[in-house]
Design a protein around this ligand. Structure first.
Ligand SMILES: [Zn+2]
Ligand SMILES: [Zn+2]
Length: 265
């Protein structure tokens, strides 16, 4: 499999995961034009996509979905509640709702030769999920938009070969920053977003010898910056009680406006 972040951040998310024969996206939260440009950079066309996995209905995850679905007629996977929200928003324009394919948390399904496991995350959306994608012995996951993590999340992120994990904000930047009080409470709450520190603590619970790549993603534009996320997460790993240090792993930030490197697992 290979995995590449086409865009990741609070302004738009779109992650490609694929094998030789099957190509999927996790979220389509940037313009269709940018999605197609990203796919072109890895030698693909939008028409070659086999499916789009949607985590939840927030616009930074579905912005390009309407155009993509209309143009290429690609099946869209998400929980029933998420799909109902998507079908109900006028912002995506008209598209064939027959493409909407409901999935259930913890019930695996196949898209081509990729086995997909949706799992629950706590976030202020109707029924959000993250996705783990497996082919043979290899697995990768995209886990963003969660207010906190628990044993259930840790278990679903064990044994991965690559992960894109949310590292949304620096708590001090958020607390002292310009956001209104209610929004600060929302982001810091159990149904908000993972801070840099919390991302590091979660990583400490899932690190293992074969974890080849860690992408830090879904960074807030206002309440974080790349070096801070990177250094904070590294510090949490170095100071955490896992047997590993940050330098044992390849860690990088998945950018808002640029493609990440391609990871092969
Ligand atoms: Zn969200
Ligand atoms: Zn989001």
């Amino acid at each position: 499999m290979r995995m590449v972040s086409i865009a990741s951040g609070s302004s738009g998310n779109c992650i490609y995961i694929g094998s030789d024969d099957t190509h999927i996206l996790v979220d389509a939260g940037i313009s269709n034009k940018r999605i197609e440009q990203g796919l072109n950079e890895i030698g693909l066309k939008g028409s070659e996509l086999s499916g789009i996995l949607i985590t939840h209905e927030h616009s930074d995850h579905i912005k390009g979905l309407g155009v993509l679905a209309r143009k290429h007629h690609i099946p869209i996977y998400g929980t029933q509640e998420t799909l109902e929200e998507i079908a109900g928003t006028g912002s995506l324009g008209k598209f064939d709702t027959g493409l909407l394919t409901p999935v259930r948390p913890d019930v695996d399904f196949f898209v081509g030769d990729l086995r997909v496991k949706p799992f629950r995350i706590d976030h202020d959306a109707v029924n959000p999920v993250a996705y783990r994608v497996q082919r043979g012995e290899k697995s990768v996951a995209v886990a963003t938009d969660m207010g906190h993590f628990d044993q259930y999340i840790i278990e679903h992120l064990q044994g991965l070969d690559a992960v894109l994990l949310e590292s949304n904000h620096d708590v001090r930047m958020l607390e002292t920053g310009p956001y209104p009080y209610y929004l600060k409470r929302r982001i810091l709450g159990d149904h908000g977003h993972l801070s840099n520190e919390t991302a590091g603590r979660l990583l400490n619970c899932i690190l293992h010898d074969k974890l080849k790549k860690i992408f830090l993603g879904h960074l807030s534009k206002e309440n974080n910056y790349e070096e801070l996320a990177y250094e904070t997460v590294r510090l949490e790993i170095d100071e955490g009680d896992s047997p590993y240090g940050a330098s044992d792993f390849s860690i990088s930030v998945a950018g808002r406006d640029r493609m990440s490197e391609i990871v092969y697992v």
